[in-house]
Design a protein around this ligand. Structure first.
Ligand code: ADP
Ligand code: MG
Length: 413
């Protein structure tokens, strides 16, 4: 795997008084001007602190939401600036545009160690289009470019790719570096047994990742809608359960590939079923049934206790673990129980545990167990693409081999 150029690779004095454009992922939920989840801000703090302490004048840039290429107040980053200031215990100036006159004015006022947050990159259509002109306007603001937005690394957007191509020696921030190290460890020489726990809603969209992992793992434990589709592919009647009718052939391919590779497949042996999730009686109507006997008119919404016990044993014996996808409809307790028990099992192993996926990471954070995992990835789609063996555009531009000044790269990736 090719190495990324990191903050350590920047010359010691390269940052002193330099204008540094730092791409972060502050795509956070905001309601009534209040940031509801500050995880993404906290994740960026180590890089921001290091750049400040090395004397940079910081221009922090991010996208938020999907504002369709024009200013839209509901997607403004203004509320984020206040929270960032609080977390840093330092002033953070907010700049109402990420390029042009306003940005240039703001830069003039910056001293070494100062931070300003630029308005949403996606208020310009050139961002998602990776428009060369827009990338050039961003690039002209700074002398150094650092990308810490791992969750956006699978997008060839202007602030991710175009800018990195226009500023010499673009570098990965600490979060980016940590993500690539942890996920890269899974694709490198993971300690065995290597077990993947795969759940969530859909098999489509995750099939590439699952197939790539099958080449490396010793066992796969399935739950959630994903398991429903696999059970249906085996010919079981899933009644009113969520599953992907049009993915049954793909599901069969997954099972066949696993068998051909000698990967042990575990499917739920029991399931928690209920009638209507929207119904207030959904939890009181819930019963546990054999996975092969889902009663007509009911839907499987979680893995049952026997399944949890079997999965726990496999997890306990593993040395490397990757988990993506909740085991059930965790948003509606008590159907979070299966996911909760799996999270607990992960914290109990001595193996290296990696959790990925937007909802899975949220579930683990909610249960207060995130600190006890080896790594909780902030990259939803980016992490899945990485583990599918795809080359991420945002990483490619940070690889040391990309510039002649970099150190020699090895073959893969
Ligand atoms: P991630 O974001 O971690 O990759 P996904 O988006 O694939 O995870 O899946 C999360 C969603 O899967 C949750 O909204 C959850 O309710 C849903 N889900 C899990 N199990 C089931 C199930 N048995 N039936 C319907 N939906 C499910
Ligand atoms: Mg999701």
């Amino acid at each position: 795997m090719t190495a990324l150029r990191t903050l350590y690779d920047l010359k010691l004095d390269a940052l002193a008084d330099a204008l540094v454009l730092l791409r972060v992922d502050f795509n956070v939920p905001v309601k009534d001007g209040v940031v509801l989840d500050d995880t993404r801000l906290r994740e960026a703090l180590p890089t921001i602190r290091e750049l400040r302490s090395r004397g940079a004048r910081l221009l922090v840039a991010s996208h938020r939401g999907r504002p369709k290429g024009r200013p839209d107040p509901q997607y403004s980053l203004r509320p984020v600036a206040d929270l960032l200031a609080e977390l840093l215990a330092a002033p953070v100036a907010f700049v109402a545009d990420c390029v042009g006159e306003l940005a240039r004015d703001a830069i003039r006022d910056l001293s070494s160690g100062d931070v300003c947050l630029l308005e949403n990159l996606r208020f310009h259509p050139g961002e998602t289009a990776n428009d060369p002109e827009f990338a050039a306007r961003l690039a002209e603001l700074a002398q150094v470019y650092v990308n810490d937005a791992f969750a956006t690394a699978h997008r060839a957007h202007a602030s991710v790719v175009g800018v990195a191509e226009r500023i010499a020696d673009p570098a990965a921030g600490r979060l980016m570096t940590r993500e690539v190290a942890a996920l890269g460890r899974l694709l490198g020489e993971p300690e065995r047994p290597f077990v993947a726990v795969l759940g969530g809603a859909k098999i489509s969209g995750k099939i590439d990742t699952a197939l790539h992992l099958l080449e490396r793992i010793d066992a796969a434990l399935f739950g959630g809608g994903m398991a429903n589709t696999l059970l249906a592919a085996q010919g079981h009647d899933m009644a009113a359960s969520f599953y992907e009718v049009e993915q049954l052939a793909v599901a069969r391919r997954l099972l066949e590939t696993a068998a051909a590779r000698g990967v042990e497949i575990f499917l739920p042996v029991d399931l928690v079923v209920t009638t209507d999730l929207a119904d207030e009686t959904a939890s009181s109507n819930a019963v546990t049934v054999p996975a092969t006997a889902v009663p007509p008119g009911t839907m499987a919404v979680d893995i049952g206790p026997d399944t949890v016990n079997r999965y726990r044993d496999v997890i306990a014996g593993s040395r490397t673990l990757f988990w993506n996808g909740p085991m059930g409809v965790f948003e509606t307790p008590p159907f979070d129980l299966g996911s909760r028990r799996i999270a607990e099992a992960l914290t109990a192993t001595e193996g290296f545990t990696v959790v990925g996926g937007g909802e899975t990471a949220a579930a683990v954070t909610q249960s207060g167990l995130a600190e006890r995992m080896g790594h909780v990835s902030t990259g939803g789609g980016a992490a899945l693409d990485f583990l599918a063996g795809k080359s991420l555009p945002g990483l490619r531009v940070l690889e040391t081999a990309a510039t002649p000044s970099g150190s020699p790269a090895s073959s893969e990736r």
